[in-house]
Design a protein around this ligand. Structure first.
Ligand SMILES: NC(=O)c1ccc[n+]([C@@H]2O[C@H](COP(=O)([O-])OP(=O)(O)OC[C@H]3O[C@@H](n4cnc5c(N)ncnc54)[C@H](OP(=O)(O)O)[C@@H]3O)[C@@H](O)[C@H]2O)c1
Length: 257
């Protein structure tokens, strides 16, 4: 049995929980992070074995000091992760001016600020104590173009993609890679939470969460810079390179209605 640890944020459900399951199958000990204590405890019960430790950390990563508290806790457990999965993220659907500004600010804090903080803290520990590590930064196919009705969300994911790519370039000389995973529509509680009632074009593109999780982990362990999940999402992610931005935004707006 190895003593390799992985930290997964947003591990109480959806893509994060499926990633945690796959990491467990690869014999990683796990630290699972999210706000829902009951769901984390269920995941712990499912994944812990005599030979595998699963620790849970109940944290709202939008709160000031939450990332520091997580790092302090894992330090006190003596854990330096070989794998960091920055997966926790939320979206909010609808016209920007009709939306709640507090929710938008929390979204920016979770999707960008917490991800940057955890990458910095654990990246330093990986560099100094292991000289290697794998990070998966969960972005989105929304990272590739502006997205009316998801204006703030898509901008946060463009940030994640850009940050991850640049950090990956810098970190590789320390044996650390940062892979940006860009899923398209995936069947999780994401859209309910975003208050987005899905139209049929959306439903048709929907991928299964375990498939997205598997593709993300394969790309991370291959130390790929970026992985867009699914063929159709690869096609839509490529469109901004060949179509004028105004046309891309108009088509995206129609798709999002
Ligand atoms: N589903 C899609 O179509 C899709 C497409 C592209 C990208 N993504 C990205 O994939 C990632 C995972 O989303 P998902 O689809 O699996 O959605 P999900 O099922 O809603 O999972 C989101 C996870 O993030 C956690 N989370 C939310 N707010 C948090 C907070 N303030 N502090 C700590 N944890 C928090 C949630 O747990 P608690 O509520 O228990 O805290 C949950 O574990 C996100 O980054 C999302 O942007 C999803």
């Amino acid at each position: 049995m190895t003593e390799k640890w992985a930290i997964v944020t947003g591990a109480s459900g959806g893509i994060g929980l499926d990633i945690a399951r796959l990491l467990a199958a690869r014999d990683y000990h796990l630290v699972l992070v999210a706000r829902s204590k009951d769901k984390l405890e269920e995941a712990q019960k499912e994944l812990a074995q005599d030979s595998r430790q699963v620790r849970i950390m109940v944290q709202d990563l939008t709160r000031p000091g939450a990332c520091d508290a997580l790092v302090k806790q894992t330090d006190s457990w003596g854990i330096v992760p070989e794998v960091l999965i920055n997966n926790a993220g939320v979206g909010a659907w609808g016209p920007f001016l009709d939306g709640n500004l507090e929710l938008a600010r929390d979204m920016m804090t979770l999707n960008m600020d917490a991800l940057v903080q955890l990458t910095h803290h654990y990246g330093r520990r990986m560099r100094e104590q292991q000289r290697q590590g794998y990070m998966l930064q969960v972005a989105s196919s929304a990272a590739f173009q502006p997205l009316p009705s998801y204006a703030v969300y898509a901008a946060t994911k463009s940030f994640v993609l850009s940050f991850s790519r640049a950090f990956n370039y810098e970190a590789r000389r320390h044996g650390i890679s940062s892979t940006a995973l860009c899923p398209g529509p995936t069947s999780t509680s994401f859209f309910d939470r975003a208050q987005h009632k899905l139209n049929s074009s959306f439903q048709a593109l929907m991928m299964k969460s375990p498939d997205v999780a598997r593709q993300g982990l394969d790309a991370m362990f291959a130390r790929d810079e970026c992985h867009v999940a699914g063929f159709m999402n690869k096609v839509t992610a490529a469109l901004p390179r060949i179509m004028p931005t105004s046309m891309i935004i108009r088509s995206a707006a129609l798709f999002m209605k």
